[in-house]
Design a protein around this ligand. Structure first.
Ligand code: NDP
Ligand code: 8X3
Length: 252
């Protein structure tokens, strides 16, 4: 039977690649993001290419009421979400802590922590009632090892690691899997967003080695979501072969 997969941040990068991967395997998809046009385009593509069943929800995860309203609007043919992938997130800036832009800090915290919580609050009660489900939280190698000028972004991702660990305990009696997936450097729009449209600087992050692609991360997320009911990957770090941890790269 086709599962229902809800992916936040499906307009780009990992989320978009995951939408393609799950759709190709026959799952039904709820795709979210702020950029409606991109969601519409992806929905048409997946319907055409894979005859996928796709629903789009356009909202900003920072807006608590919008999250509640959008997810609350799902009818019974969509509301029994089997797998939630909490992926929407961003980094803004990379400067020493005393030079940080407070607006950037707030957006990172509001998106990467509070946005994730709002979506969880809307989805978990249904999973508890059904006594099944899986939540895949996209963390980062930045959650595991912090790096120079990464300060607030690293803190938001470490929060995701702690939250996932704690949720796993709370949800244990309900058979709900919680998987924290921590990718390393992957070439998506991530660095373009972080460096606020400075494409040259964004591209420089991926020079001298072969980074992960969004498709690589999607493949691993799909694997995590495709194990037998009694098997759960709790915490997984995925990097390209040229990356050992957040700071150690082999560049040529
Ligand atoms: P992209 O910038 O390519 O994609 C980010 C996605 O998040 C977009 O679909 C964007 O949609 C969505 N998003 C951002 N802010 C909001 C918001 N306020 N409300 C709703 N949706 C939002 O980056 P990635 O695919 O690389 O990033 C996905 C996740 O992976 C993030 O959590 C990131 O921190 C994490 N990550 C990335 C790594 C990398 O090297 N690329 C490595 C490790 C983790 P829209 O703009 O349409 O709202
Ligand atoms: C994104 C990867 O190394 O820029 O989480 O933090 S990194």
């Amino acid at each position: 039977m086709s599962r229902i997969i809800l992916i936040t941040g499906a307009t780009s990068g990992f989320g978009e690649a995951m939408a393609r991967k799950f759709a190709a395997s026959g799952d039904s998809l709820i795709l979210t993001g702020r950029r409606q046009e991109r969601l519409d385009r992806l929905k048409s593509e997946l319907e055409k290419t894979h005859s996928a069943r796709v629903k789009t929800l356009t909202f900003d995860v920072q807006d608590r009421m919008a999250v509640e309203r959008s997810i609350g609007s799902l009818d019974s043919s969509w509301s029994a979400v089997d797998v939630l992938i909490n992926n929407a997130g961003l980094a803004l800036g990379a400067v020493p802590i005393d030079q940080g832009d407070v607006d950037d800090w707030e957006r990172m915290i509001d998106t990467n922590i509070k946005g994730v919580l709002y979506v969880l609050r809307a989805i978990i009660p249904g999973m508890k009632e059904r006594k099944r489900g899986q939540i895949i939280q996209i963390g980062s190698t930045a959650a595991k090892v912090t790096y120079k000028n990464g300060n607030v972004y690293c803190a938001t991702k470490r929060a995701i690691e702690a939250l996932s660990e704690a949720m796993r305990i709370d949800l244990l009696p309900y058979g709900i899997k919680v998987t924290a997936l921590h990718p390393g450097a992957a070439e998506t729009e991530f660095s373009q967003v972080r460096f606020k449209g400075d494409l040259e600087k964004a591209a420089s992050i991926y020079q001298g080695y072969q980074p992960l692609t969004a498709g690589d991360v999607a493949d691993v997320a799909y694997f995590c979501a495709s194990l037998p009911a009694h098997v759960c990957i709790n915490d997984l770090v995925l990097t390209c072969t040229a990356q050992a941890d957040t700071v150690h790269f082999h560049k040529t």
